[in-house]
Design a protein around this ligand. Structure first.
Ligand code: ATP
Ligand code: MG
Length: 176
């Protein structure tokens, strides 16, 4: 049996979530089942939400009601509750062994913003079914050396240029 990998997409450049969606697209082509859970409300765009409906093997679990108040220093208790629920849903999908790949979108952000505990994530990853691949996306994964250590594949998206710098805003098909 092949080894289920722990994969991280981090860094400040664009492409962390789209790379995870690219892997999902590939796996779906092999009729494998993929589950993706979302830690930051609104981080999934219209395009991927609509496209996912076209694949019966692709389960997307959004974070639910509420929003993460990015501006405040202390995380909102409601955001902590929602992030905890999201982790629980993702963990259930992972532990069920039903999916070939489970994607935790923006989990690194949820960790660095103290919405969820690193210990809980590390325990989950250590206990996961051997053959299931996991993808963890979001900036600042390098704040958690144990997470990097436990992972098999870590890619840092590095911003060299971004159209935002030219004043070009989000465009259909590329950003949403
Ligand atoms: P994408 O979803 O496009 O793969 P991402 O997952 O790497 O981006 P996030 O940190 O989730 O990046 O950012 C969310 C949004 O911000 C996306 O619409 C993305 O296009 C945009 N974005 C990503 N990187 C940058 C950047 N360096 N400057 C400005 N906007 C960015
Ligand atoms: Mg993203």
């Amino acid at each position: 049996m092949k080894k289920g990998l722990i994969i991280i997409h981090t860094g400040n450049g664009k492409g962390k979530t789209t790379a995870a969606l690219g892997v999902a697209f590939r796996a779906l082509g092999h009729n494998l089942k993929v589950c993706m859970v979302q830690f930051i409300k609104g981080s999934w765009k219209y395009g991927e939400l609509e496209a996912a409906k076209k694949f019966e093997n692709f389960t997307l679990l959004p974070m639910g009601k509420g929003f993460v108040n990015l501006g405040s220093k202390e995380p909102d208790p409601e955001d902590i509750r929602l992030a905890g629920e999201t982790l629980k849903k993702g963990k259930e999908a992972l532990m069920s062994g039903e999916y070939a790949i489970v994607i935790f979108d923006e989990i690194n952000y949820a960790l660095s913003y103290n919405l969820i505990k690193i210990e809980d994530v590390l325990t989950m990853l250590k206990d996961k079914p051997q053959n299931v691949h996991v993808i963890l996306t979001g900036r600042d994964a390098n704040k958690f050396p144990e997470l990097i250590e436990l992972s098999d594949l870590v890619t840092e998206m590095k911003e060299i240029k971004h159209p935002y710098q030219q004043g070009i805003s989000a465009q259909v098909g590329l950003e949403f």
